[in-house]
Design a binder for this molecule. Structure first.
Ligand code: NAG
Ligand code: NAG
Ligand code: NAG
Ligand code: NAG
Ligand code: NAG
Ligand code: NAG
Length: 327
């Protein structure tokens, strides 16, 4: 659903890195239930990260009930019935990309459930696939093998780093956002303040809200649990107007002090994907990394497990109430 866009005024970020400025925004797109089919394109593409996955198109997804929509909910999942052969294609799953692109904006994801299970790698993120990495990448929710909490990360072209000293709830794990540095680890912040921000913990509380604000001065990510009384009501109610000034300290904060965000990020699409067992060990891939997989307490090896245990993926689904985008 496309709503009217009204002018917004951006407050200036004072002393980026030390203080979050915030601004008032107006609802632009509100995506609910069946709107997901008109607002997103199904990308039936080979997995760019070599996962044990087959991304299907929209008609196949609907035929197999891998996506399911009502007037107020959207479910997106992986196949949980088929035993795979080692030489055949990977597990059927879905990857969707928003038709609209966004520059300075706020996006609020009201999520009831996220995929969980050994070998799963769910991601909610933004990028410009036609201009990567020069157009930037913001990973809002990402993690593997149920390891929680996990992290929010920027991936960029060179000359973009994060200062050591940032006011945020999470814990910085890398500071160089350049995809060419540290095996494309990106500059990540683990959401260590809340072990219910990911995987089974998230699902056990009925999920919650992830929000991301992107300006030229900073990129910020917040997470609020479903029953968090301190969650800002404008974000959680899908209000027509929101004011990020009152949203409190973000879980992850990426200031422009040592990164010109205006030139490292262009218009990005929202992408939601669920893959399995990344096999590329030099490009920041996680779920299939043998050491990471084993350390998660998951059985067997990732590909064998994903191939032979379809019922392990019964809970490998996203469920969204809404995605609201404000500009
Ligand atoms: C969707 O994928 C199926 C299976 O690969 C294919 O037969 C069908 O033609 C595709 N539909 C469209 C609209 O591309
Ligand atoms: C499709 O999935 C939805 C949500 O899980 C479920 O309620 C519905 O019964 C499924 N439909 C079929 C035909 O299996
Ligand atoms: C952060 O950096 C500022 C200035 O560089 C300094 O004054 C302040 O003490 C630092 N804070 C922490 C918590 O390290
Ligand atoms: C790196 O970015 C800074 C701004 O953050 C800019 O002043 C500088 O010119 C850039 N250096 C290069 C080599 O592009
Ligand atoms: C297979 C696939 O598209 N994987 C992507 C899922 O999302 C992450 C972002 O967190 C990308 O890095 C992967 O390439
Ligand atoms: C806090 C936490 O458990 N973080 C994990 C996030 O995922 C990476 C990669 O799998 C792990 O190394 C971290 O331990």
């Amino acid at each position: 659903m496309k709503l009217n866009t009204v002018n917004v005024s951006f407050a200036l970020a004072s002393l980026a890195g030390l203080a979050l400025a915030g601004a008032v925004y107006t609802l632009d797109d509100s995506i609910v239930g069946e709107d997901f089919y008109s607002s997103f394109n199904f990308e039936a593409i080979p997995d760019p990260t070599d996962g044990r996955v087959t991304y299907v198109n929209q008609s196949t997804a609907q035929m197999l009930n891998l996506t399911y929509a009502t007037s107020n909910t959207f479910i997106m999942r992986a196949d949980d019935t088929t035993v795979l052969t080692a030489s055949g294609p990977g597990r059927n799953s879905v990857r969707i990309r928003s038709n609209n692109q966004y520059t300075q904006h706020v996006v609020v994801f009201d999520m009831l459930h996220m995929p969980e299970g050994c070998g799963t790698w769910p991601a909610v993120w933004e990028t410009d696939e036609s201009n990567w990495p020069d157009g930037g990448e913001v990973d809002i929710v990402e993690g593997v093998n149920n390891v929680e909490p996990n992290q929010s990360t920027l991936h960029t072209s060179p000359n973009c780093t994060m200062p050591a000293n940032i006011t945020q709830l999470g814990t910085a794990v890398e500071t160089d956002c350049d995809t060419a540095a540290d095996g494309n680890a990106g500059c990540g912040v683990q959401l260590t303040e809340d072990y219910n921000s990911f995987g089974p913990g998230f699902n056990s509380i009925g999920g919650g809200w992830y929000a991301m604000e992107r300006t030229d001065s900073y990129i910020a990510v917040w997470f609020w649990e479903r029953d968090d009384d301190s969650a800002p009501s404008d974000a959680t109610s899908g209000a027509g107007t929101i004011d990020t000034t009152s949203w409190g300290t973000p879980a992850a904060y990426f200031p422009n002090t040592d990164c010109d965000l205006a030139t490292h990020f262009d218009a990005n699409n929202i992408i939601i994907n669920l893959t399995f067992c990344e096999s590329c060990l030099t490009c920041g891939d996680w779920a299939g990394n043998a050491a990471v997989y084993a350390a998660s307490g998951c059985p067997s090896d990732c590909v064998t497990y994903v191939d032979s245990n379809p019922t392990a993926f019964t809970n490998a689904y996203f469920q969204f109430s809404s995605i609201n985008i404000y500009t």
